[in-house]
Design a protein around this ligand. Structure first.
Ligand code: 5AD
Ligand code: SF4
Length: 442
């Protein structure tokens, strides 16, 4: 049997796309190989959000080149956002790559690879006539009890730093009936937690009007009504589109978790404007207040960029203030990385590396201190945890996540996929620790 290996970079959307790529390759009759060395078809599902993933990909492709030299029949395919950004020029840089394809062309990958992964037309960039949802393809799921469900593809925002709209195109929403049917099928297969995925989940449905008049809150309620689903998450919402019906749906739906990932990017209104985020610091903070009022015990996560062109010390200070004021439970922090073709890459006043480094260090320190405080406040509480498997650091313990999306390492005897009560007795800036409640009682 011929075998494939998929290496995935980037966000959850890409991880989900990889599940579809794997499902499709399996339908072609290929089996999964445990490593690239043992595979006949090597797929790299790439990311290009910052420069770092580009560099990491280059290293991986260097290894693939060696494998290809050893066995020229190996097929090397590069998909995802980097491929879409580079298009044909990928073959000039990496002549040993056989096929390249963008995120909208996954459904066509099978045709390009041919049955069993042979007969591929070398050095072709797979251009699909139209972008199609990978969501309708067979899927190879990594965990039986958790699943991603794609609600839309593409993004209509114009954030000045971001390459995503260029590589994933304009927003197209999947029809609600199709989404709910998928969630229902997943539930019947034993899935207990779903994460609804979109570049901007809160604008979901807008392009379906007037034929279908709906919005994301309604979708949350419809998924909440599906028998067997215990937890619903979604990522990512854009603060500009977070409206009352979604807040109400979160508050009133049993299975929608008390967690929102709400990208801030900057705490300075002036910089937010330059970034084209279309909200001010005040509007963001008001949204946080409304969310917290409606959803008690809400956990908030965020994304923050430091060193955007023109960022002054005062702008950076404003970001630190918002981080302190909100008190995030978790935050991803990024050094601004110019992406060619984006508006910000051409802006004057690019920030020197040493300034960016100094700022990110200060920001990380603050984020960690607040995360630690927030987690310490959970000590003594009992939290519902969905067990994911053995702990990564200590296999004698279990690992899972709370509804608020915090990882917990704990002493227990439950199996993966079970919901258990855990008494929290310890905290770091990013994790909790504890013991399964029944064990404590026994
Ligand atoms: N440089 C740094 N960070 C970026 N992000 C997006 N584009 C860039 C860039 N050019 C960050 C944003 C986004 C997250 C997924 O990546 O914070 O929310
Ligand atoms: Fe995901 Fe953006 Fe990376 Fe594409 S470029 S994989 S959308 S993070």
């Amino acid at each position: 049997m011929r075998r494939y290996h998929v290496t995935t970079f980037g966000c959850q959307m890409n991880a989900h796309d990889s599940e579809r790529i794997k499902g499709m390759l399996e339908e072609l009759g290929l089996g999964e190989a445990p490593s690239p060395e043992e595979a006949d078809v090597l797929v790299f599902n790439t990311c290009t959000i910052r420069e770092k993933p580009d560099t990491r990909l280059a290293a991986h492709l260097g290894d693939a080149k060696v494998l290809k030299e050893r066995d020229p029949d190996r097929v090397i395919a590069v998909g995802g956002c980097y491929a879409e950004a580079q298009r044909e020029s990928i073959f000039a840089r990496y002549p040993f790559v056989d096929v390249a394809f963008g995120p909208g062309s996954i459904p066509h990958l099978a045709e390009w690879l041919g049955a069993g992964g042979v007969g591929v037309a070398r050095s072709s960039f797979g251009i699909a006539e139209e972008r199609r949802f990978a969501a309708t393809l067979p899927m190879h799921r990594e965990r039986s009890f958790q699943a991603w469900v794609q609600v839309s593809m593409g993004c209509n925002s114009k954030c000045a730093y971001c390459i995503v709209p260029a590589v994933r195109g304009r927003e197209v929403s999947r029809r609600p009936g199709e989404i709910v049917a998928e969630v229902t099928r997943l539930a019947s297969e034993g899935v207990r937690e779903i994460t609804l995925l979109g570049q901007n989940v809160n604008s979901w449905g807008r392009d379906l009007r007037p034929e279908i008049d709906t919005e994301f809150g309604e979708l949350l309620r419809a998924c909440d009504a599906v028998e067997g689903i215990e937890r619903i998450r979604f990522t990512s919402p854009h603060p500009k589109d977070f409206r009352e019906p979604v807040i109400a749906a979160m508050a009133e739906s049993r299975t929608v978790c008390e967690h929102v990932h709400l990208p801030l990017q900057s705490g300075s209104t002036r910089l937010l404007k330059a970034m084209r985020r279309t909200y001010s610091r005040e509007r963001y903070l008001q949204l946080v207040d409304r969310l917290r009022e409606a959803i008690p015990d809400l956990a908030l996560g965020t994304d923050i960029i430091v060193g955007f062109p023109g960022e002054t010390d005062a702008d950076f200070q404003a970001t630190l203030e918002v981080v302190e004021a909100v008190g995030y439970d978790s935050a991803y922090t990024f050094v601004y990385s110019p992406r060619s073709g984006t508006e910000a890459a051409a802006m004057p006043d690019q920030i020197p590396d040493d300034v960016k480094r100094e700022r990110i260090e200060r920001l990380v320190e603050l984020v960690q201190r607040i995360g630690h405080d927030r987690n310490r406040a959970r000590i003594g509480l009992t939290e519902e945890v969905l067990v994911e498997g053995p702990s990564r650091t200590d296999p004698s313990r279990l690992r899972g996540r709370t509804r608020r999306n915090t990882t917990v390492n704990f002493l227990g005897d439950a199996g993966a996929g079970e919901l258990v009560q855990v008494e929290i007795d310890g905290a770091t800036s990013t994790t909790l620790s504890g013991r399964q409640a029944a064990l404590v009682a026994a």
